[in-house]
Ligand binder design. Structure first.
Ligand code: APR
Length: 241
């Protein structure tokens, strides 16, 4: 391990739950009243584009009513103060990590505030509604869709993520059920390359047994404590200047 351990953090819906954004696998297995496969697959988009577009329009509009919570803020502090490599990989499509101030991050499952042209592949920042048939500002095709990685589609920036996992000394998973691959397999990749592993979640996830350490509780409480400890350990080991 180097002087500044290299960290990868994976976040899921649990980190935004205390901001008021529903998790995917809540009571009844419904996401905001819908089965995930009815709003989060290419087949659903082809079958009922109106429903799928409206669903994400509502999720996008709902962002205006939520704020980052102490877990997002703690990760933004880690981002600002950590002298080593850090990559925050979020499965979330909300923008709460950015609004808290994080910059060393990526959205592997897309973003609510982005639209994607199904014809030319261009992605554009998007605010407001996105009706089916909206024309692409780049190629003109009436093919703009929510920039959300549906089941069966390839998550974004997998090469960069795999590289970061292979290089990291510590992998931390926060607020994710470990039900969806490839993210659920990141812990095994990180372990394969020798990283220490920590899970922070409200309850044991499906992959809890794969982590060296699991801390159960609310992200808003446990993440700030973890970040403070990591930064304090760094202060202890850094030479005085
Ligand atoms: N603090 C910590 N963990 C929490 C909290 C909290 N306050 N509230 C809920 N959790 C935990 C739940 O116990 C659960 O294990 O967060 C996890 C959320 O799991 P999911 O709803 O399955 O969300 P996630 O793992 O992000 O889903 C992965 O599935 O539908 C797809 O693409 C979608 O990105 C999503 C992916």
């Amino acid at each position: 391990m180097t002087d500044h351990p290299n960290i990868v953090v994976l976040t899921g819906a649990g980190i935004s739950a205390e901001s008021g954004i529903a998790t995917f696998r809540g009571p009844g297995g419904l996401w905001e009243g819908h089965r995930v496969e009815d709003v989060c697959t290419p087949e659903a988009l082809a079958r009922d584009p109106g429903l799928v577009h409206r669903f994400y329009d509502l999720r996008r509009a709902a962002l205006a009513a939520v704020e980052p919570n102490p877990a997002h803020c703690a990760l933004a502090r880690l981002d600002a103060e950590w002298p080593g490599e850090l990559l925050i990989v979020t499965q979330n499509v909300d923008d709460l990590h950015e609004r808290a101030g994080a910059t060393r991050m990526l959205h592997m499952h897309g973003e609510l505030q982005s639209a994607l042209c199904a014809a030319c592949g261009a992605a554009r920042p998007w605010a407001g509604e996105l009706p089916p048939g909206t024309r692409c500002p780049d190629c003109g095709a009436p093919a703009m869709r929510p920039d959300i990685v549906f089941f069966g589609e390839m998550p974004y920036q997998m090469e960069r993520i795999e590289r970061a996992l292979a290089m990291c000394d510590l992998f931390v998973s926060i607020g994710t059920s470990g039900a969806v691959y490839p993210a659920a397999g990141f812990v095994q990749t990180a372990r394969h390359w020798g990283a220490a592993t920590l899970e922070i979640n409200l309850e044991p996830s499906q992959g809890s047994f794969l982590f060296e350490e699991s801390r159960m509780g609310r992200a808003s409480e446990l993440v700030p404590v973890w970040v403070e400890a990591v930064l304090a350990s760094q202060r202890r080991t850094s030479p005085r200047t």
